[in-house]
Structure formats: structure tokens, C-alpha cells
Design a protein around this ligand. Structure first.
Ligand code: PMP
Length: 331
């Protein structure tokens, strides 16, 4: 029997539903079945609850962090910072989040509501310089931040860098939970999975799990923004960037590995926004712009004859409620 009273919200991470988007399929005349993995059912509201819980729990087991003593630090565009703030609050850690400028204001307020200390990148001169020099590159800024953190650790501060970009537990968490759930909930009947890419933890973990199960029969599709796109937030281009900006989860021999996905789409920004706006109206599923990008990609695939009558899983990382002050749903 499932537990009725939980000891904390941390127990409710994962096990999100797969929901068939009947209304969207009908409106677009699609023959494939589009199954949305609706990650806003996670208790803090996004897919990042999974990786943050796993990273914190493993660090605790390894004795690297202690409640009441260690400060958890992360550099993030939003969802991971929100998850670190809330799970840090649940477990009794201080949290410091370095936030990119331009991220929706409600995200900053949510982190503060959970008690985190939020620092904007523009307030840290070394990071601002790194971003300016690299066209707002996440990986470069993370490297500079890492040095900043190492310096503080050397000075005796008890801080732990969550570091979702290179932490190997990011894809592992998705392998063990997101990928496994997709496989089990479809009973292995999944022709394709579509996910948008930021750190690539999601796509890597899901692909690894499903490949282990059926050796590449399920096709994996990645969606990335154009390198110049500034409207699709939380996700990053990885095919047109220098090698040092390829996320470690997708990198092999200095380039993008061929082992994770079968095809990559560069998202059409308007198409991604339209998909998010449409699915809110057709199915009552209110999601963010990276979900819109994934759904835009899933729609292209769904029109291919080979997927007629088959299940396409599309990952929806977060809720549209986190984008009300942006142009996605704003007036
Ligand atoms: N969508 C949103 C809203 C995100 O915050 C992220 C992570 N930055 C992603 C998609 C991409 O997930 P991943 O980092 O696992 O590739």
C-alpha cells in the first residue's frame, strides 16, 4: 500500500505521470501517440528535483556535507536553483545560488522564499567578465565559479558545489528514475523519446537506460536552441559551439558523442512558443518554453509515417507558471 503520510516532500520526487496529449494530436491531425512526461508533478515543480535530491543524498552518504554546517552552492538559470533551495531547506542546509541575469523574476523570488541567498552574476565581476567574453556561455562561467569556490574552500569555508553541468550523478539520476519510469510506464512500448538539452543530463540518462533495455530500437531525439537564441531559456546549443562548451554528458573524444541520440533538431523559437501555447489550450497542460521546444520537435517526428500509431514520449521539464512574467504567456 502506498504511504499516506510523508515525512518530507523529498519522498515525493519522481514517479511523474505520462499523459497522452489527445487534444494536441487531434488538433494537429497527428497519427502518432504523444505521451508527455509531466515533470511539474515533482514536489518543487520541475525535473531538476530528481538530480538535486540524488546529488545531495550521495554527498551526505559520502560525508561531504553536513546539515547546519555546509552551504550548498549552485550556478543556474532557475530550476536547479529552486530545487537546491527547497531541498536544502528540507534537509537543513544553507544555500547560495548564483543566478544568470535575465532569468524570470519569479524564479529569484521563489529561491528567496525557500531561504536561499541569491547572487546575480552581474554582482560578481569575475563571472560577468567570463560571460561577456564567451557570449554568455554557461560552461565557461561555471569554470570560473568553480575557481571562486575553490578559493573560498581553501580559505576554510564549508561549501559544496552541486555543479549539475559536470556532476556525473545528474545523468545517473535520470537513468535510474526518469528513464526507468518511461520504460516501465510504457511497458517498453516506446518508439521515440524527445527531450530538450541543457546540461544534457536528462537525455543522456534516459537514452542510457532505454538503450540498455532495447539496444537502440527506441529512437532518441534531442532539441537544442540556435546558438544565437536568447528566448529559449534553460536549454543550450551544443552542436555549433566550441568543444569546451559541449556538456560532458554528450562529449566524447572532444566532440559530440553519437551514442546518445539519433537526431538533433535546432528549435524554431516561434514554433516552440506556439507548441507550449497550443498544448495549454488543447490539453490543459501549462508548460515552459523548453517543453514547447521538445513538443515542437515531437510534432515533426509525429508526422513521419514510421511513427504512425506508435508512442512518442516528450519530456516536459517544468510548468508554465514559472514563465508568467516572460513573453511566453505574458500580455
Ligand atoms: N528545460 C528547463 C526549463 C531546464 O531548466 C533545463 C535544465 N537547464 C532543461 C530543460 C534541460 O535539462 P538538462 O539540463 O537535463 O539537459
Amino acid at each position: 500500500m502506498s504511504k499516506k503520510i510523508h515525512d518530507s516532500l523529498a519522498e515525493l520526487v519522481g514517479h511523474t505521470p505520462l499523459v497522452r496529449l489527445h487534444g494536441y494530436e487531434e488538433k494537429l491531425g497527428l497519427k502518432a501517440h504523444i505521451l508527455a512526461k509531466v515533470e511539474y508533478f515533482n514536489p518543487i515543480g520541475s525535473i531538476k528535483d530528481r538530480i538535486v535530491l540524488r546529488i545531495i543524498e550521495e554527498a551526505e552518504k559520502a560525508g561531504k556535507i553536513k546539515p547546519g554546517k555546509t552551504t550548498l552552492v549552485e550556478y543556474t538559470s532557475g530550476n536547479t536553483g529552486i530545487a537546491v533551495s527547497a531541498i536544502g531547506a528540507i534537509k537543513g542546509y544553507k544555500v547560495r545560488i548564483y543566478l544568470q541575469d535575465g532569468v524570470s523574476h519569479e524564479r529569484l523570488l521563489v529561491m528567496k522564499a525557500f531561504g536561499a541567498d541569491v547572487t546575480k552574476i552581474s554582482e560578481v565581476p569575475e563571472l560577468q567578465d567570463a560571460l561577456a567574453a564567451t557570449n554568455n556561455d554557461f560552461v565557461a562561467a561555471t569554470n570560473i565559479l568553480k575557481q571562486h569556490i575553490r578559493d573560498r574552500q581553501a580559505a576554510g569555508d564549508d561549501i559544496y558545489f552541486v555543479d549539475q553541468m559536470i556532476n556525473p550523478l545528474n545523468p545517473v539520476a535520470h537513468h535510474d528514475t526518469t528513464g526507468k519510469e518511461i520504460w516501465e510506464d510504457t511497458e517498453g512500448n516506446v518508439a521515440a523519446v524527445v527531450a530538450s538539452v541543457g546540461t544534457a543530463g536528462t537525455i543522456r540518462g534516459i537514452a542510457d537506460y532505454i538503450h540498455e533495455k532495447n539496444g537502440g530500437k527506441t529512437k532518441i531525439f534531442a532539441v537544442e536552441p540556435a546558438e544565437t537564441d536568447t528566448k529559449l531559456t534553460g536549454i543550450h546549443n551544443f552542436t555549433e559551439v566550441p568543444a569546451e562548451r559541449i556538456p560532458p554528458s554528450l562529449k566524447e573524444d572532444g566532440g559530440v558523442t553519437k551514442k546518445v541520440f539519433d537526431e538533433v533538431f535546432v528549435a524554431d523559437t516561434d514554433g516552440a512558443f506556439d507548441a507550449a501555447r497550443t498544448v495549454a489550450k488543447t490539453d490543459g497542460v501549462l508548460v515552459g518554453n523548453s517543453s514547447g521546444a521538445a513538443l515542437w520537435g515531437a510534432t515533426i517526428i509525429a508526422k513521419r509515417e514510421e511513427f504512425a500509431g506508435k508512442n512518442i514520449v516528450v519530456v516536459f521539464p517544468d510548468t508554465g507558471l514559472r514563465y508568467l512574467s516572460t513573453t511566453l504567456f505574458g500580455e
